[in-house]
Write a protein that binds this ligand. Structure first.
Ligand code: GLU
Length: 400
């Protein structure tokens, strides 16, 4: 007799829920229950989407953008994305190389699913965003963590990557600015990694969702420095730079054959992304000075919060942190690191339960001795939470 109830399929038997999402949902639940939680878990800008983008979406709805679009995305949005990518690359990239999706997360998953399968290994510079490991695993391939050194912002080098390569290696996940460390790879560093991948025939998936959120000059895109595009997938979206997380629009720039496979795949899973959201994304991508100024202003606010948090954290010299040059995360070593197991999870629990501060344990990023702090929230909350992190650090250190 089969046992009644749910038995997970082999596809999801080892799937773990996204820790980045779980933390912010727990923070929301605790708030709803009356606790004044400071949520530094979610990687979600607290700003409103800029007005011109909102207006475009409203006009689009009234103009009839209420139906399915082409699976691949509207012709206008794909043309705008392709034109922007072409300018960046200095060669023509066509709309047949773009698939618009319901968020860069979907594009990353589509790419992993269409490129990798059983027996394949995919190199993941680590720490990395929690979902890369799960997406590769959902494609039944094996994620291989390549740990960078904290002394160099956890950057990985071609030599480190080579040490983890085998004859089953099929792909490399790149991400700059990096979630969770805020590290930004220079153009030269990125070029070396891409050159290695090209020489070995590996696919590269380059997640560039934080590209515009940088504090020391523009960040390099793989489109700027890749020796070739035959095996390159660049993923981007509007969520982070334009404060459009809820609109759910991302896209991929990839060779036409892969783009066709990803489109076919998406035609069976979600079909087209939301039509009004695509109109909003078109306004964001085509931009103009007003929107550039809005993005620059948000980045300036992130920078102020980063500096304020770092100044407070620096009052405790024992706190080690990877200085962030982009994105909106601080990654810091938990007390007891190297001495107690999974020090990051213990510290994150202490922060939440005793200090009402939500952060993401480093285990989510395959780096268990650390925690990730998001400063994409208002400055007063970032400052107060930083003070509590210092206090919690003292308390935890005393108990060790
Ligand atoms: N990417 C953001 C984060 O890392 C949002 C949540 C998620 O999709 O993981 O917090």
């Amino acid at each position: 007799m089969p046992t009644p109830g749910f038995e997970p399929s082999a596809n999801v038997a080892r799937l773990r829920e996204s820790a980045t999402i779980a933390v912010s949902q727990r923070a929301k639940a605790l708030r709803a229950a009356g606790r004044a939680i400071l949520d530094l878990g979610a990687g979600e800008p607290d700003f409103d989407t800029p007005a011109p983008i909102r207006e475009s979406a409203k006009a689009a709805i009234d103009g009839g953008a209420t139906r399915y679009t082409a699976t691949q995305g509207t012709a206008e949005l794909r043309a705008a994305i392709a034109a922007k990518a072409s300018r960046r690359r200095g060669e023509t990239i066509g709309p047949d190389e773009i698939v618009v999706s319901s968020g860069s997360k979907q594009s990353l998953f589509n790419a992993c699913y269409c490129l990798f399968g059983p027996g394949d290994e995919v190199l993941v510079p680590t720490p990395a965003w929690t979902s890369y490991y799960e997406m590769v695993s959902l494609a039944r391939a094996t994620p291989v963590a390549v740990h960078g050194s904290p002394d160099h912002g956890f950057r990985v080098t071609p030599a480190m990557i080579e040490r983890h390569a085998t004859n089953r290696t099929r792909g490399l996940m790149l991400n700059s600015p990096v979630n969770p460390t805020g590290t930004v790879y220079s153009g030269a560093e990125l070029r070396e990694l891409l050159a290695l991948a090209a020489a070995r025939g590996w696919w590269v998936i380059s997640d560039e969702i934080y590209l515009r959120i940088v504090y020391g000059g523009p960040a390099a895109s793989s489109l700027d420095v890749a020796p070739a595009r035959e095996r390159l997938v660049v993923v981007d979206g509007v969520a982070k730079a334009f404060a459009m997380t809820g609109w759910r629009i991302g896209w991929s720039v990839a060779p036409p054959e892969l783009t066709r496979a990803m489109t076919a795949f998406q035609s069976h899973t979600t079909f087209s992304a939301s039509a009004p959201s695509q109109a909003a994304a078109l306004a964001a991508v085509t931009g103009g000075p007003e929107l550039d100024a809005a993005v620059a202003q948000m980045v300036a606010r992130f920078r102020e919060r980063r500096d304020a948090a770092m100044a407070i954290l620096a009052t405790e010299p024992a706190i080690t942190l990877a200085p962030p040059e982009g994105a909106f995360y601080l990654f810091l070593r938990a007390p007891g690191a190297g001495r107690v197991r999974d020090a990051g999870t213990a510290f994150a629990s202490l922060l939440l339960e005793r200090f009402d501060v939500a952060v993401v344990p480093g285990a989510a990023f395959e780096t268990p001795d650390w925690i990730r702090v998001s400063y994409a929230t208002e400055r007063a909350a970032v400052e107060e939470a930083s003070r509590r992190i210092v206090a919690a650090y003292h308390e935890a250190s005393r108990g060790l």
